[in-house]
Design a protein around this ligand. Structure first.
Ligand SMILES: *[C@@H]1O[C@H](CO)[C@@H](O)[C@H](O)[C@H]1NC(C)=O
Ligand SMILES: *[C@@H]1O[C@H](CO)[C@@H](O)[C@H](O)[C@H]1NC(C)=O
Length: 632
């Protein structure tokens, strides 16, 4: 993130005159009293020397204090605080509390300058269309947030309002449209902007240009608008110049009680914006937790690798949940950031955990896959004694029993060589298709989305064979391939222990989130005791399935499985559904069924020996491929 600070190291005010004046008057005093004894003269000279020495010491000390801090960490927080105050005071004096902001809105270029320094400059048609928003600190003029909302597209206006609501009162907010920003700018968003003081917002339409500066929670500073003359052309460039009075620093900061977590908060809130309550002066949300300890914790020394890119708001939410659940230990969590992005790193500092940025390699899916490899290698290097690592992405919530779940299941990976992962996620675990929180499955498709990885598997098998940066492979698809999997399986829960909330990313969009992830279940209790753990090993599990088949009732093939009446309105019964499956990779019938059942149908997941398990209408359903499955 760009940070613009006007004249950041302004020279400090040093009271030279007064100090030298004191010494000078002593000299005059000396020359006016000629008849005083030599001893007294000697005394005066001594006083003079002492004064000069004290002055020099004072000057040296002052200039030392004013050295710029190389890095603001928790340890030199006090220095940071002093430095900040001095900077702000100095700045305010020099600029007499004023800044000039110039904003341009046009078809191909948007720009914002503050006192002649560009804080936004985006030129070129076909890139970054929409409303550009920049948030400035009202005391320093430094940039605290920058966002683009492509309000030509649906729902971006809602995201913009959400973002605006998260900004602290008093901040300077600047808006400018590039190309087109009104097609899906609905009335709720327009009303919100009108409430911020915009006069033109209700009249802004297709391909108009618009620039607007306002104070959050306060008044409008300035606005410019040009209408587009016809559907096929753009409005003339809007240029807006405003002079803004900067606030005294005391008004731009909060007086939180001084303690360790509030220090982190203060550093964070002085740099970035758009995080809502965490920076509230009156009622800040907590950033330190003392989560309950896990009883019989089997994973107390297992590191947690959080895989992150540049979605700092996701990371903020994810870490807030993770660190508050029972068994969480911030010291074991490391966030790996794919690139030198500042804001995600600030988020890790806010939560008081380790953040590591590294250089991206490859593009698109290859980049993600390289990011995983680098992060996993680094995790095992950072924790040389750890035999396991928990891997989790930045766009997931975790359940209150997330650590408890892994603590109860970890031993299975040690004891059963036919397993190669334990995941917190069930691809078929929708609200209507799962039910039993203490039930586990074995599946051949590794789901990821919060999983336990053994060092041995990584070091001996995965790391040496990991796809190179030139391969556009999804790392998880690669891991599911039998060339890597070698007929091994993963343990998953019936009800997931993670929830996917992210709707933006390389392979994600809001539509996809709505259809495939929004209705996923997640466990809400901290202390679920998993059942039948001793029956999860290969042979025993096959026994469990055979028992279920023996006790199950076959569903009639004469009904259309897409009809709601296909599954009887019974409770706690076991039903068997035999479907056509000519070979273990013949998924034709399954795909139709998955669509009818409104479960994951984009590819085929969650099976064990050509058999799927799920719950529908309170009943346990086993879907068995014939003749591919050994259970048929
Ligand atoms: C710091 O002070 C806040 C009140 O502002 C309090 O809620 C929090 O628990 C304190 N944190 C620590 C670590 O003492
Ligand atoms: C959930 O599954 C476990 C393991 O099969 C079983 O023991 C338990 O009775 C089930 N609970 C419910 C409520 O069906």
């Amino acid at each position: 993130m760009d940070n613009w600070v006007p004249n950041p190291r302004a020279r400090p005010y040093i009271p030279k005159r007064k100090l030298y004046g004191t010494a000078g008057s002593k000299l005059r005093e000396y020359s006016s009293r000629r008849c005083i004894s030599k001893i007294f003269q000697g005394g005066l000279i001594l006083v003079l020397i002492v004064t000069v020495v004290i002055n020099i010491t004072f000057l040296l000390d002052t200039s030392k204090k004013l050295q710029p801090d190389p890095q603001i960490t928790e340890n030199n927080y006090q220095k940071f605080k002093d430095g900040l105050s001095q900077e702000l005071e100095q700045h305010n004096k020099m600029k007499s509390l004023k800044a000039t902001i110039e904003v341009i809105s046009s078809k191909e270029l948007v720009s914002i300058t503050v006192d002649g320094t560009a804080v936004l400059e985006d030129e070129g048609f076909d890139t970054n269309r929409g409303v550009h928003v920049v948030v400035l600190n009202q005391a320093t003029g430094s940039v605290m947030a920058k966002r683009i909302f492509d309000t030509y597209n649906q729902h971006e206006d809602e995201a913009m309002v959400l973002f605006l609501k998260m900004i602290s009162d008093g901040r300077i907010i600047i808006f400018t449209i590039k190309d087109e920003g009104t097609f899906q700018l609905k009335s709720t968003a327009r009303q919100y902007l009108a409430s911020m003081g915009s006069e033109y917002i209700t009249n802004i339409n297709w391909r108009d240009t618009w620039a607007f500066v306002a104070i959050k929670g306060g008044k409008k500073i300035g606005e410019a608008h040009n209408k587009s003359p016809s559907l096929s052309s753009w409005g003339e460039k809007s240029v807006l110049t405003v002079h803004i009075k900067l606030s005294p620093k005391s008004e731009s900061r909060c007086n939180w009680p001084d303690n360790e977590s509030n220090r982190r908060r203060e550093v964070f809130c002085s740099k970035v914006e758009g995080y809502g309550n965490v920076c509230s002066c009156t009622d800040p949300s907590p950033i330190s937790f003392s989560p309950q300890k896990l009883e019989n914790n089997k994973i107390s020394d297992i590191p947690i690798a959080v895989i992150a890119s540049n979605r700092p708001h996701y990371l903020y939410r994810m870490l807030g949940t993770l660190l508050s659940v029972p068994g969480a230990n911030p010291q074991l969590v490391t966030v790996f950031i794919d690139g030198y992005f500042e804001e995600p790193l600030e988020v890790t500092k806010l939560w008081g955990i380790k953040g590591i940025q590294h250089t991206p390699m490859g593009i698109k899916n290859a980049r993600i896959s390289q990011h995983y490899k680098t992060s996993l290698t680094a995790t095992f290097n950072l924790h040389p004694k750890a035999d396991y690592a928990i891997v989790i992405e930045e766009d997931l919530d975790v359940s209150p029993d997330f650590f408890n779940y892994f603590s109860q299941t970890k031993h299975l990976l040690d004891e059963d060589s036919s397993l190669y992962c334990i995941s917190a996620w069930n691809d078929q675990g929708y609200e209507h298709s799962c039910k039993n929180e203490s039930l586990l499955y074995r599946v051949e498709t590794m789901p990821g989305l919060g999983w336990l990885l053994r060092r041995k598997l990584y070091k001996d098998e995965l790391e040496p064979k990991w796809p190179t940066p030139d391969k556009q492979w999804d790392w998880d698809m690669w891991m599911r391939n039998n060339f890597i999997r070698k007929d091994r399986e993963c343990i998953i829960p019936d009800v997931s222990r993670t929830y996917h909330f992210g709707s933006k990313g390389l392979n994600m969009n809001p539509y996809f989130q709505e259809i495939y992830f929004k209705k996923h279940s997640i466990v809400a209790k901290p202390d679920v005791k998993l059942k039948d753990l001793d029956r999860m090993k290969q042979k025993e599990y096959e026994g469990v399935i055979n028992e279920l088949i023996k006790s199950g009732e076959v569903l009639s093939e004469n009904h259309n499985p897409c009809d709601d009446s296909f599954i009887p309105n019974t409770k706690d019964k076991t039903y068997l559904l035999y479907i056509s499956m000519k070979s273990p990779t013949d998924y034709t019938t399954w795909k139709i069924l998955a669509k009818c059942f409104h479960i994951w149908d984009l590819d085929v997941r969650g099976f064990h020996k050509s058999m799927w398990r799920l719950f529908l209408k309170e009943n346990h359903i086993l879907i068995i491929g014939v003749p591919a499955s050994p259970y048929s």
